[in-house]
Design a protein around this ligand. Structure first.
Ligand code: ATP
Length: 283
């Protein structure tokens, strides 16, 4: 059986700088999570309880996991990441026990952030599930949320692409009562994601990232990341035929290895947006 140590990712290397766009969303999440974790006294002074649960919703690949990891990294909180589908399938029959164990260990190791990806598989609408076991898992997560101390030392961030598939009780006061939508990026958001993922790349003068941002309508963060990697692979493919890979690569070759506009345009022929294409995106 996995221990907390095996579950906890080492996330100190992820920061807000690694997230492109989403500055409003990051600000909101910092207010909800970072402030109570760092300064619980502000909340107790004001006589209010910090949030226990925050729900991030939006299409796949838009940065929900990234945001959760960045908050944990920046607050030095323990980060325990679980996947909804895994809890219900891999631990089938033991899902409730598994959830209790995770919440228990997070409390012991507080301050902690528990990240539940695809929470819709743990907490679907109860009237729509057929099995008794599934209903018990929903009841378990509700009761674990209610049992969290109101001091805000354990905060649960959950992510879903299907907020409307959730049991309504999960979104009520004291549970996941704060929601942040992480949407498909507009042109400016895409540009910022491109900046993040080309930060470590040598870029040729021919390349104007604004042009790439303009040509990637409907791309989410994960698609843009794939695009940047693919473009760099094209650069490599261009260079390879002239190289003897058994020998050291000459310095001048390394110095001249730049990712060009053509590399990006060629990568664009291969990488397509994965997100729901019919969704209207503001540009
Ligand atoms: P899922 O619902 O599929 O879990 P998600 O919204 O949690 O999707 P992430 O796992 O955060 O998406 O994103 C996958 C990868 O895509 C990230 O590791 C990162 O490389 C890239 N990415 C996604 N969004 C962004 C963003 N806003 N800025 C920079 N990179 C991003």
């Amino acid at each position: 059986r996995e221990t907390l140590d095996e579950l906890a990712l080492h996330v100190r290397d992820i920061s807000y700088e690694d997230i492109g766009g989403l500055s409003r969303e990051i600000r909101e999440i910092r207010e909800m999570i970072e402030v109570p974790l760092r300064h619980p006294e502000l909340f107790s002074r004001l006589g209010i309880n910090p949030p226990r649960g925050v729900l991030l919703h939006g299409p796949p690949g838009t940065g929900k996991t990234l945001i959760a990891r960045a908050v944990a990294g920046e607050t030095d909180a323990n980060f325990i990441s679980i996947s909804g589908p895994e809890i219900v399938s891999k631990f089938y029959g033991e899902s409730e026990q598994r959830l209790r164990q995770i919440f228990d260990e997070a409390s012991k190791a507080a301050p902690s952030i528990i990240f539940i990806d695809e929470i819709d598989s743990i907490a679907p609408k109860r009237e729509e599930v057929s099995g008794d076991l599934e209903r018990r898992v929903v009841a378990q997560i509700l009761s674990l949320m209610d049992g969290l101390s109101s001091r805000g030392e354990v905060i649960v961030i959950a992510a879903t692409n299907r907020p409307n598939a959730l049991d309504p009780a999960i979104r009520r006061g004291g549970r996941f009562d704060r929601e942040i939508e992480i949407g498909i990026p507009n042109r400016n958001g895409r540009l910022e994601v491109l900046y993040v993922h080309t930060r470590g790349m040598p870029l040729d003068e021919s390349l104007d990232l604004m042009e790439i941002a303009d040509s990637t309508h409907g791309f989410v963060g994960a698609d843009l990341y794939a695009l940047c990697k693919e473009a760099a692979m094209r650069t490599l493919e261009r260079a390879l035929p002239d190289l003897d890979v058994k020998e050291d690569i000459p310095l001048d070759v390394l110095d001249n290895l730049n990712v060009t506009r053509e590399d990006f345009l060629s990568a664009l022929k291969k990488i397509e947006p994965s997100a729901m294409r019919e969704v209207f995106v503001e540009v």
